[in-house]
Design a binder for this molecule. Structure first.
Ligand SMILES: Nc1ncnc2c1ncn2[C@@H]1O[C@H](COP(=O)(O)OP(=O)(O)O)[C@@H](O)[C@H]1O
Ligand SMILES: [Mg+2]
Length: 251
């Protein structure tokens, strides 16, 4: 049996007019275990979104491989999409669709069995307390409600693997906690979750294992207690800085 997510030597090089060749992701390898929250912890520009976009088939890797539930992100993109939900704070919803239409649409395009879609949509409307807003257009909803629809949309097709790319960016404390709570619930339902953040406290609170990413490289990957043992530091912030500084010396 393969791990639910296997990433091997993944690289992405962009060509930027101003900067020339940008190695956004450089030889990234990791595996996620079933039912864990795997954290990608890194500052702005570290390569988190680029990595996660390659895993979700939005971007093609320059080289390297990745599989989601055994499906290769390049040769089996359909298989990947069926098994994966991708959430980011910047993912847009269609303003003119209603809540119900949105969830229905995303369940169908991600290959959820057609005869079960209706039941699934009603379940999600109920689960996220969206009944009152089920037939309201997205454009009429508050940001808190939109966020719930976005999460419902992400899991519409009940995928085994979920990616949350900096999901709490721009949210107030209560909404941010709400998203964290949802991620914990999804983990207890057995989902495998990749969660990216630049916020130390979130990584500490939520992640079973943490990969520290910087300059497109993974500098360390372990449980928090493993990272503490290796570095002899207690605070994740100190651990992070230690690795980033050591990484800069070796680049
Ligand atoms: N389409 C692109 N063209 C050129 N450079 C890009 C592009 N997308 C991302 N980058 C660069 O790749 C690096 C990693 O970006 P990103 O993956 O978005 O990091 P993060 O999500 O960790 O903030 C950054 O230097 C960023 O400027
Ligand atoms: Mg990003």
């Amino acid at each position: 049996m393969h791990a639910p997510v296997v990433v091997r030597n993944l690289r992405k090089i962009f060509y930027d007019e101003g900067r020339g060749e940008v190695k956004a992701v450089d030889s990234v390898s990791f595996e996620c275990h079933e039912g864990e929250v795997f954290g990608l912890l890194g500052a702005n520009g570290a390569g988190k979104t680029t990595t996660l976009r390659m895993l979700s088939t939005i971007l093609t890797p320059t080289s390297g491989t990745a599989t989601i539930m055994g499906h290769d992100v390049v040769s089996s993109a359909q298989g990947v999409r069926k098994n994966l939900g991708f959430y980011s704070a910047t993912t847009a919803l269609y303003p003119r669709l209603t809540t119900r239409e949105t969830i229905d649409f995303f369940a169908r395009i991600n290959q959820y069995p057609a005869d079960l879609v209706e039941q699934r949509v009603e379940y999600l409307i109920d689960r996220f307390g969206l009944a009152k807003y089920a037939d309201a257009r997205i454009e009429k909803l508050s940001s808190g409600m939109k966020q719930k629809v976005s999460v419902a949309r992400t899991i519409a097709h009940n995928p085994s693997i979920l990616i949350f790319d900096e999901p709490t960016v721009g949210l107030d404390v209560l909404n941010a906690l709400d998203v964290q709570e949802t991620i914990s619930e999804l983990r207890s339902e057995g989902k495998t979750i990749i969660f990216s953040t630049h916020i130390m406290s979130e990584a500490q609170r939520l992640c079973d294992r943490i990969a520290i990413i910087h300059g497109g490289h993974i500098l360390a990957c372990d449980t928090l207690s493993g990272l503490r043992d290796t570095t002899q530091q207690h605070y994740l912030e100190d651990i992070f800085v230690l690795y980033v500084k050591a990484g800069q010396e070796t680049v």
